[in-house]
Design a protein around this ligand. Structure first.
Ligand SMILES: [Zn+2]
Length: 382
């Protein structure tokens, strides 16, 4: 929606004075003006500052410390703006801490709302208030087709190791990168890196919030680096097949011949076929050599290479006919095609990648962080 449409959709943008606040406490002493990055996301809440103080150490420091958000000494209205906070999430979170449950979803929560609520709770260090709902919400959301980047953050926040591990693997194999080298999910078009920035809050700006060396950002760096390892490996295989045949005469290269029969026709046909097919599947006229230039996912790259090699298989017959091996079996050149070797190469590299992932997921840092999150939410184990 463009800016003009937004204005139309919201003819009278609410102002601090014009919008009726959602009253969570009739005698509330604090007005929160939340959202506001777009007009219709703004909301005003009348709340009890002490409820916020009890629920969140961050709010405690913010509202009752030496900050501009503390209660005005001149008796004027106490108003605090939270422009970056999602109003749907705040409605639920503020409802919970005021014991007003009208807006708190029972179990059929959407993944997006659950994610937004966790973002707010993480920011204000108050995930534990979700204890009565977290288990049923996460059971429900796990059953839905949740975007990887939202799911991995929900799992991360709840300390759900099994769910986190499965989404971690998904992101390694299915995420793409933009031309700027940022991780992204094609399914949602969501910039995973922006998501990390969003969920990895500015700790220096947030009083009371402690930094952790293990953050969503560092996890995404791990995902990006394992993805790059796989892309480099796949590209290495592809380019080795091309280079082997570029010598033109199917000469031995590290003891390996491009053609089992050392047949120049086979060499040239497969060389042309590999370059043409992978250029088509990779949608590029220049054959890629640098892994960092590959924007598609590991899964797409693997499928592109597989499809390219598979489509060369019928040429085994053509090579035989060209060279008058009419009586020869069509399987003579079958091993010249990289397809079978590629399949076993993939299996080996996937296993290596999975073991890298396992090393991260078994590290003391990671285990400790997840255990702490489960403790926060009041879950003994999962
Ligand atoms: Zn051959």
């Amino acid at each position: 929606m463009g800016a003009d449409e937004e204005l139309k959709a919201c003819k009278s943008p609410p102002t601090d004075h014009g919008q009726n606040p959602l009253v969570l406490d009739d005698d509330g002493d604090l007005i929160l003006v939340a959202g506001g990055r777009t007009f219709h996301n703004k909301a005003v809440f009348k709340v009890d500052a002490s409820a916020l103080r009890r629920a969140s150490p961050v709010w405690k420091a913010m509202l009752f410390g030496p900050w501009s958000e503390s209660k005005p000494k001149d008796g004027s209205k106490w108003l605090v703006r939270l422009p970056a906070d999602d109003t749907d999430a705040l409605t639920v979170v503020l409802g919970i801490i005021h014991n007003v449950y009208d807006s708190v979803p029972s179990d059929t929560i959407t993944p997006t709302l659950m994610w937004k609520i966790l973002v707010v709770c993480d920011k204000y260090d108050m995930t534990r208030i979700l204890k009565p709902w977290a288990l049923s919400w996460s059971k429900h959301v796990r059953g839905l087709n949740t975007n990887y980047e939202k799911a991995i953050f929900i799992a991360w926040e709840l300390g759900d190791e099994a769910w986190f591990a499965s989404r971690f693997k998904d992101l390694v194999f299915k995420s793409c990168v933009t031309a700027q080298g940022r991780l992204t999910c094609l399914s949602s078009g969501f910039m995973i890196w922006d998501f990390a920035t969003l969920t990895h809050f500015g700790p220096d700006r947030m009083p009371g919030k402690t930094t952790s060396s293990l953050s969503p950002s560092s996890i995404l760096e791990d995902i990006a680096s394992i993805r790059l390892f796989l892309v480099e490996s796949l590209l290495g295989f592809l380019n080795a097949e091309i280079d082997l045949r570029l010598s033109g005469t199917a000469q031995a290269n590290n003891g390996q011949h491009a053609c089992v029969l050392k047949d120049p026709a086979c060499n040239d046909l497969l060389l042309g076929g590999i370059i043409r097919n992978t250029s088509m599947t990779l949608k590029t006229t220049i054959h890629p050599r640098e892994a960092t230039k590959i924007e598609i996912s590991v899964e797409s790259l693997q499928n592109a290479c597989s499809a390219a090699f598979e489509s060369l298989k019928p040429h085994a017959n053509v090579i035989i006919n060209c060279n008058s091996y009419m009586s020869a079996s069509s399987t003579l050149h079958a091993d010249c095609n990289p397809a079978k070797r590629f399949d076993s190469f993939i299996l080996k590299k996937r296993a290596e990648a999975l073991s890298k992932i396992e090393n991260i997921l078994q590290s003391d840092d990671y285990k400790g962080r997840m255990a702490k999150q489960r403790e926060n939410i009041g879950w003994k184990s999962l």
